[in-house]
Ligand binder design. Structure first.
Ligand code: SF4
Ligand code: SF4
Length: 185
């Protein structure tokens, strides 16, 4: 029969010779493949102690941004929620009160801001839509969890640490501090 792919291998039906019957040769062949892999560069890493560097275009978990004075940038305009194709973003707006100028940058802010990470497809359209540089996708991802509810990230989970009161954590969240555990590719 004519072969379409040149990959067909006819089954060898001739009787086995004595060397084939004792299977030793086949065992040595298998062991040599195992041995070869001992000296090859390992493709596995010790996750989570070690992580691989992310691609520059990787889009991970969202961060709600603050300005350099530590004020929340989000004005609860809703553009990110409108742009989101997965309808993963929910928010409630509130008016800034007198005396809260050092907490919120604009007159309006998000009293509630939630992202459902099970719906999110990490497309980055929320980041693109935001006129206030208030949300961006970081180089990390939502860790595994046991319940669906725990994948709904509230504002406290998303908000970046305050650069004034907690500069080290802020720099880490911004990726300004090297992640020393990352492997060089
Ligand atoms: S990354 Fe895409 S899917 Fe996820 S919240 Fe933003 S717009 Fe929605
Ligand atoms: S994150 Fe940006 S786009 Fe979304 S509500 Fe806040 S200011 Fe508007």
């Amino acid at each position: 029969m004519e072969s379409l792919t040149q990959r067909a291998k006819p089954v060898d039906r001739r009787p086995m010779n004595w060397l084939e019957k004792i299977y030793l040769w086949e065992i040595f062949k298998g062991m040599s493949i195992t041995l070869k892999h001992f000296f090859k560069k390992k493709v596995t890493i010790q996750y989570p102690e070690q992580t691989r560097p992310f691609s520059p275009v990787f889009r991970g978990l969202h961060i709600l941004n603050r300005d350099e004075e530590g004020r929340e940038r989000c004005t609860a305009c809703g553009l990110c929620a409108v742009a989101c194709p997965a309808e993963a973003i929910t928010m409630e707006a509130a008016e800034r009160l007198p005396g809260e100028e050092d907490l919120y940058r604009e007159e309006k802010y998000a009293a509630r801001y939630e992202i459902n990470m099970l719906r999110c497809i990490f497309c980055g359209l929320c980041e693109e839509a935001c006129p206030k540089d208030a949300i961006y996708l970081s180089e990390t991802f939502a860790p595994a969890n046991y319940s669906r509810k725990s994948f709904i990230y509230a504002k406290d989970d998303l908000l970046i640490p305050d650069p004034v009161t907690n500069p080290e954590e802020y720099a880490k969240a911004k990726g300004l501090i090297d992640k020393k555990k990352n492997l060089k590719s």
